[in-house]
Design a binder for this molecule. Structure first.
Ligand SMILES: *[C@@H]1O[C@H](CO)[C@@H](O)[C@H](O)[C@H]1NC(C)=O
Ligand SMILES: *[C@@H]1O[C@H](CO)[C@@H](O)[C@H](O)[C@H]1NC(C)=O
Ligand SMILES: *[C@@H]1O[C@H](CO)[C@@H](O)[C@H](O)[C@H]1NC(C)=O
Ligand SMILES: *[C@@H]1O[C@H](CO)[C@@H](O)[C@H](O)[C@H]1NC(C)=O
Ligand SMILES: *[C@@H]1O[C@H](CO)[C@@H](O)[C@H](O)[C@H]1NC(C)=O
Ligand SMILES: *[C@@H]1O[C@H](CO)[C@@H](O)[C@H](O)[C@H]1NC(C)=O
Ligand SMILES: *[C@@H]1O[C@H](CO)[C@@H](O)[C@H](O)[C@H]1NC(C)=O
Ligand SMILES: *[C@@H]1O[C@H](CO)[C@@H](O)[C@H](O)[C@H]1NC(C)=O
Ligand SMILES: *[C@@H]1O[C@H](CO)[C@@H](O)[C@H](O)[C@H]1NC(C)=O
Ligand SMILES: *[C@@H]1O[C@H](CO)[C@@H](O)[C@H](O)[C@H]1NC(C)=O
Ligand SMILES: *[C@@H]1O[C@H](CO)[C@@H](O)[C@H](O)[C@H]1NC(C)=O
Ligand SMILES: *[C@@H]1O[C@H](CO)[C@@H](O)[C@H](O)[C@H]1NC(C)=O
Length: 416
């Protein structure tokens, strides 16, 4: 266990940092005295968009084997989370801050500092100096006293222009011994794709019903940042429509399923230009990614991923689309659509939304900002207006006809 810091002494850790080299992954170790608290074997490659005089360019480079543990790394203590900071090259640094709830530990925040003055990495960069991007992440988590293992490549977007791809990762924080635990928490990308029949408990809606289910209940999905303030708000009813091979019918069917808010948990992350909302139900994982375009000052739903293994499915349905541009709305506003709307994610997967209002960026005071309504709502509002205008026009015509008629009859009487 990590020793507690005596409150008065402030920073009182004597850190002994080491670094050894494995075949291709680089190993980093953070120690407090003789006891190791973080150990990480990892490969990382970086992809960073930067500006030059004639447009933007992308710098791509890998974490060099000369990378070392920086001296702001720490095992943490009361109110200070453990942190691994890896320094490399000419002023670049990758930071991982860990957190734990006693059962699981996770990388809670990831940061990258890069030095645009490093002209060999960023040739002809129009700006110079250090840039830092960071984001709360949720992708990397493991059971306490186990090693997080992810041999597959996984990409973490820290901002719209900065991606980090990890591979061959073996990592543990809150360690008890000097070596990585034998027990491993394997990331989902490394899990074999099972084709065996699912062993989940049967659901009431076993076979796909030909009649569409009723409109789904509206869920209240809120993400809260470290401050305790809401950073992503979503109120919506969701109906998933998945085309898959039915086990009971032995043919391809479109199965429609309502997400039940009281069985769904929301998680995710809030960033300055990227936010994710992960909705987890017993047999369904659904991820929404929102992107803020700081040039156009608009945000939109940029990606949707689903992993579902419903009782009538022959295989797990794990699909997604990362190049969407749906639910577009001005930054600082919330997007609202009371009418039913269909989000076409893939030919085999769509989502029907009901009574939707959401805001993934610039949430203040735990409340939705002014809403921008979807076109359908605006048109629905237009219909009563059009009918009203038409009625008013009709009344006017009748009135004019009456007045003209009256004038004519007056004239008639006068001639007599
Ligand atoms: C670290 O270990 C060495 C030998 O293994 C021992 O002599 C030393 O006292 C230990 N230091 C601490 C702070 O435990
Ligand atoms: C960018 O401009 C510089 C000079 O202004 C020129 O030398 C260079 O070739 C240009 N690069 C590209 C990719 O056009
Ligand atoms: C982790 O291991 C330590 C020491 O063996 C033990 O005290 C602790 O309860 C374990 N934690 C969990 C969540 O298993
Ligand atoms: C980062 O990843 C996203 C999604 O995978 C991709 O659209 C974007 O082009 C990448 N950016 C860079 C700078 O590689
Ligand atoms: C949604 O939930 C939050 C707390 O989780 C609550 O403060 C808020 O009032 C709820 N909104 C609605 C419309 O129920
Ligand atoms: C914490 O809240 C303050 C305002 O209440 C805000 O300025 C700050 O960015 C928040 N910090 C985080 C990490 O969200
Ligand atoms: C589900 O998707 C299928 C295929 O795209 C479509 O024919 C069907 O109308 C959809 N059902 C609902 C309720 O959206
Ligand atoms: C499912 O249908 C295919 C042809 O459509 C057939 O070859 C196969 O035997 C059927 N499987 C079962 C279990 O009925
Ligand atoms: C969830 O809500 C449904 C419908 O309101 C209700 O029938 C069910 O009992 C609720 N389940 C739980 C676990 O609260
Ligand atoms: C942001 O919006 C601008 C203006 O609409 C557009 O030119 C640019 O391609 C957008 N950027 C991204 C990353 O979508
Ligand atoms: C949902 O995600 C969790 C955690 O990653 C995983 O254990 C579970 O198998 C996933 N469920 C489905 C249906 O993919
Ligand atoms: C949204 O927040 C970002 C920083 O978090 C800020 O730069 C931007 O001006 C805000 N936009 C609006 C429209 O409030």
């Amino acid at each position: 266990m990590v020793r507690r810091c005596s409150a008065a002494a402030g920073v009182c850790w004597t850190l002994l940092m080491g670094c050894v080299f494995a075949a291709n992954a680089v190993t980093f170790e953070v120690k407090d005295g003789n006891s190791t608290c973080i150990k990480a074997d990892l490969n990382a490659s970086f992809s960073i968009t930067y500006s030059t005089a004639n447009g933007t360019r992308v710098a791509e480079f890998v974490l060099p084997s000369s990378a070392r543990v920086g001296n702001t790394s720490s095992c943490g203590g009361r109110e200070v989370p453990p942190e691994l900071l890896v320094s490399f090259g000419d002023g670049h640094a990758l930071g991982l801050v860990f957190s734990s709830d006693g059962k699981l530990y996770r990388v809670a925040n990831m940061s990258l500092q890069y030095n645009l003055s490093d002209t060999s990495t960023f040739p002809q960069s129009s700006s110079s100096g250090l840039e830092t991007v960071m984001r709360n992440v949720s992708e990397i988590s493991a059971r306490m006293n186990s090693t997080y293992r992810c041999l597959s490549s996984t990409t973490v977007s820290l901002s719209a222009g900065v991606n980090i791809t990890f591979s061959d990762v073996r990592m543990e924080a809150y360690m008890n011994g000097a070596n990585l635990s034998k027990d491993e928490s394997v990331c989902s990308a490394d899990l074999p794709v099972t084709t065996a029949a699912p062993t989940q408990t049967p659901r009431t809606t076993a076979a796909p019903s030909p009649v569409p289910p009723p409109a789904p209940e509206r869920g209240n999905y809120t993400l809260v940042n470290n401050n305790g303030t809401a950073c992503l708000l979503a109120l919506m009813g969701l109906q998933l429509n998945v085309t898959h091979h039915s086990k009971s019918l032995n043919k391809t069917v479109s199965e429609v399923m309502n997400l039940q808010p009281n069985k769904t948990t929301a998680s995710g992350s809030c960033g300055v230009t990227l936010a994710t909302l992960v909705l987890t139900e017993e047999l369904t994982n659904l991820t929404f990614t929102f992107t803020l375009n700081s040039t156009s000052k608009k945000f939109y739903l940029s990606a949707v991923n689903i992993s579902a293994f419903w009782p009538d499915m022959t295989d797990r349905f794990a699909e997604g689309n990362g190049s969407l541009n749906l639910l577009q709305c001005s930054a600082g506003r919330s997007y609202m659509c009371s009418a039913e709307q269909t989000l076409a994610v893939l030919p085999t997967f769509s989502i029907n939304t009901f009574k939707l209002q959401l805001q993934p960026f610039n949430v203040t005071a735990n409340r939705f900002s002014a809403a921008e309504e979807c076109r359908v709502d605006q048109e629905n509002m237009l219909i009563p207006i059009i009918v009203g205008v038409a009625l008013a026009g009709l009344v006017l015509i009748v009135l004019i006809a009456y007045l003209i008629g009256r004038k004519r009859t007056h004239a008639g009487y006068q001639t007599i």
